[in-house]
Design a protein around this ligand. Structure first.
Ligand SMILES: C[S@@+](CC[C@H](N)C(=O)[O-])C[C@H]1O[C@@H](n2cnc3c(N)ncnc32)[C@H](O)[C@@H]1O
Length: 240
């Protein structure tokens, strides 16, 4: 799994690097995404897939499962939550061979699972699944989305933000920036030019139809381009 190794290397500087190379736009997208989600659902059980450093905790949901295969990202996520006052709790039963980490703070419970979208399994169904810039990293989009759908309640929401292929001029410019300029910045800042070149390539690997094809059995409630036409936001309801 190419991506996971890169993300392992990136983990410690991920939040800062993302802010710099996206000029804060990613944060704006996340803010818009969460605002949109809250129009449909305010709280409940949430699964966040491809969590990286756990920034989607900003939804404020009380119970969140974070699914993230990079052990380094998991480490950073746990450190971040602990700094925020979360306390680690022991599971009474260690029911999987994969590390599950449970953190609590007041009414809030976070469970961090080091696994992929395709292979994780939990014994609870969610009211909301979120994937922020996550889908393109799946090894197998169909398998990942099927597994996620299995973990969603009937009537539950699947909320996605993803960068997608696009032919407009502005999209081409952004792709040029991501493929040529970002690796240069990453090379100077992080010594990770090659890694960012690969990440740039992964962005053009998905198009909107791919995503929609895997949302059969869902009703699409929202579909919009986020400011620049390279990112798409989709909110869908299962069997809705
Ligand atoms: C661009 S980051 C996602 C950003 C994050 N969702 C956020 O809110 O900031 C992509 C993440 O996908 C993870 N990933 C790679 N392969 C995956 C897979 N098969 N299933 C789930 N996540 C995967 C990577 O380790 C990485 O942390």
């Amino acid at each position: 799994m190419m991506d996971v190794k890169i993300y392992d290397k990136l983990a410690r500087r991920y939040d800062l690097a993302t802010k710099i190379v996206s000029f804060g736009i990613e944060e704006l997208w996340r803010w818009m995404f969460i605002r949109k989600i809250k129009k449909f659902i305010k709280n409940g059980v949430m699964i966040d897939v491809a969590s990286a450093t756990g920034e989607m905790s900003k939804t404020g949901f009380n119970k969140i499962y974070f699914i993230e295969p990079s052990s380094e990202m998991v480490k950073i996520m746990v450190e971040k939550f602990k700094k925020d006052g979360f306390i680690e709790e022991k599971f009474e039963v260690q029911f999987q061979e994969r590390p599950y980490i449970k953190l609590k703070k007041g009414k809030k419970e976070y469970i961090i699972i080091q696994n992929t979208a395709e292979n994780f399994s939990i014994d609870e169904k969610a009211d909301l699944i979120t994937s922020f810039m996550g889908l393109r990293n799946f090894d197998n989009l169909q398998k990942g989305m099927e597994n996620l759908t299995r973990h969603l309640k009937e009537g539950g929401y699947f909320a996605i933000v993803e960068m997608v292929k696009n032919d407009s001029l502005i999209a081409k410019l952004i792709m040029w920036y991501m493929n040529k300029i970002v690796p240069l910045i990453a090379g100077i800042m992080l010594g990770m030019k090659e890694e960012y070149k690969l990440l740039g390539k992964s962005i053009v690997s998905l198009n909107e139809e791919n995503i929609l094809k895997n949302l059969k059995g869902y009703k699409i409630l929202e579909k919009q381009k986020l400011i620049f036409p390279v990112a798409t936001l989709i909110i869908a309801r299962k069997n809705g």
